[in-house]
Design a protein around this ligand. Structure first.
Ligand code: FRU
Length: 515
């Protein structure tokens, strides 16, 4: 009898406890459109058609198909989200979807469902690039809705998985000032200042000025009113694509990807399409941008870096990633049923008006099997470093510029009996050179970064991932990013000097362990 009573009271107590506990609201999930569902099914069924032999291991790639620009880079619901321009159905560009992956550490990514697909009357030709903003627990995506024209659209989500588009366009390009183009009107950057929402969009006018134009609203979902031409120039072949706007160490940085800009200097803008930034301040009184120096600075001095996008983390870091490719590079994995990767996410800091890029600190958790060599001196020699070989590595070396007499000296990676990619210092130019002429694939040659030695030294941190090389020079003062797609079997590392003696203060190598 006693036990019976006890059990009775226990059940009563538990029932009361459960019914009084605050009930969590169920998270709202949206029904996906047929076009989104079809894309997700296709991806699931076709991941196995991909030949992964040259696929990156610790850089974001899609399971199958083509990707380009990063989109909607943001933090929502305790995770970092990265979307990307995506054509799952082939390894070439096609009607754009937004692919979606999430991560807790920027290195290991979880595949999510496709977030956006061309499934509305106002975006039947594609969902082009855009950005994200989190407001009151809602994840908003601003993107370019493409028909015969380019307009801006918006989608939102409560669960960070399913996204619902607004019934109407967010910004209708037919209502732009008369002399502005409705054909080149893309890549919205959505941000908030004080109590207003702003959107920057790439555009041009009928006098061929390439411009970034500003819109404003007191409500995140609009209506947005045209405010002004935020930034403009008339010396490009195309438009200023993918504007991004971010505060780094107290300054507002405007990041843009100008098409066909070019430069007379061998040290600048050597790719068909470049990525540049300005440093300044945005005034919410005038809604104008005041840059401190009108000279555009280039983001990356390599070959394969386009349409970078930033996000600010809740722990206060500004992180950037970019498409690790450029439009003019050959599509070497077309037959492998995939194409495209993102760069290693990078932490940005600003010093004396210059943006430094450092690999995201979480990568340190994946570095194992350190090998160290110190005080190496070589004269007109090419020396293989035993134990340094590998396709997934971080290699750090310090060149002693002050003491070395060699004309050219540095390191070779992805090296075999026939091929090698060289990262070296050219003392007559005072520049670090990334030379992929002999990388084993039909890749365009050399890029140059003019750099000053710091205390007589130049430090290089190099990340290799199967097909790619990312070089961080002098703690990220400059970076040089390039894909090589060197055939398998070319994994050695060597140091070399031409025309004199070279001193390497130290060389460290780690394996990047992502298994
Ligand atoms: C930049 C870009 C964007 C556009 C997207 C289309 O690489 O051309 O301007 O939104 O790609 O995929």
């Amino acid at each position: 009898m006693k036990t019976f009573k006890k059990i009775f009271y226990l059940i009563l107590f538990t029932t009361l406890l459960v019914s009084c506990a605050p009930q969590e609201e169920p998270v709202i999930t949206f029904e996906q459109s047929e076009i989104v569902k079809t894309a997700n099914e296709y991806i699931k069924e076709n991941t196995s058609i991909v030949n992964t032999s040259l696929k990156n291991k610790y850089h974001l790639t899609a399971p199958v198909g083509w990707i380009n620009d990063p989109n909607g880079f943001s933090e929502f619901d305790g995770k970092y989200h990265l979307f990307y321009q995506y054509h799952p159905y082939s390894s070439e560009w096609g009607p754009m979807h937004w692919g979606h992956q999430t991560t807790k550490d920027f290195i290991t990514w979880d595949l999510e469902d496709v977030a956006l697909a061309p499934d509305m009357d106002y975006d039947y030709n594609g969902c082009f690039s855009g950005t994200a903003l989190v407001e009151n627990g809602i994840h908003y995506l601003a993107y370019t809705a493409v028909t015969e024209y380019q307009n801006q659209g918006m989608a939102y989500s409560y669960d960070g998985v399913t996204y619902k588009k607004l019934d109407e366009l967010l910004i209708d390009g037919s209502k732009l000032p008369e002399d502005f183009s409705n054909n080149d009107f893309r890549d919205p950057k959505l941000f908030k200042r004080n109590d207003n929402y702003y959107i920057l969009v790439g555009n041009k006018d009928n006098k061929n000025n390439k411009q970034i134009i500003l819109f404003k609203s007191s409500n995140v979902t609009g209506p947005y009113e045209y405010v002004n031409v935020f930034y403009s120039r008339n010396d490009l072949g195309g438009i200023l694509e993918c504007p991004d706007f971010v505060t780094i160490d107290g300054y507002d940085c405007l990041i843009m990807s100008p098409q066909s800009m070019g430069s007379d200097s061998m040290f600048d803008m050597q790719n068909t399409d470049s990525c540049v930034y300005l440093v300044g301040n945005f005034s919410t009184n005038t809604d104008k941008y005041y840059y401190t120096n009108k000279q555009l600075q280039e983001f990356d001095k390599g070959f394969s870096f386009y349409a970078p996008q930033t996000m600010t983390t809740s722990d206060g870091r500004v992180i950037l990633t970019a498409w690790m490719r450029s439009w003019s590079e050959p599509n070497l994995t077309k037959i492998d049923n995939w194409c495209g990767a993102m760069t290693l996410p990078r932490e940005l800091t600003l010093k004396d008006g210059h943006i430094y890029q450092q690999p995201v600190r979480e990568i340190e958790n994946y570095l194992v099997e350190q090998k160290t060599l110190t005080s190496l001196e070589i004269t007109d020699e090419n020396r293989i470093l035993d134990g340094f070989e590998g396709r997934l590595s971080k290699i750090s070396l310090t060149l002693d510029i002050e003491s070395s007499t060699a004309k050219k000296y540095g390191i070779e990676v992805f090296k075999g009996s026939k091929y090698a990619t060289r990262i070296y210092y050219d003392s007559s130019l005072g520049a670090v050179v990334f030379d992929r002429t002999n990388c084993g694939t039909m890749m365009d040659g050399k890029r140059y970064a003019k750099v000053d030695a710091v205390d007589g030294k130049i430090k290089l941190d190099i990340f290799l991932d199967v097909n790619s090389v990312e070089v961080f020079i002098n703690d990220g003062y400059y970076t040089m990013t390039g894909t090589t797609f060197t055939p398998e079997g070319n994994e050695s590392v060597a140091i070399y000097s031409d025309g004199g003696t070279a001193y390497f203060e130290n060389i460290n190598k780690w394996k990047v362990n992502v298994d």
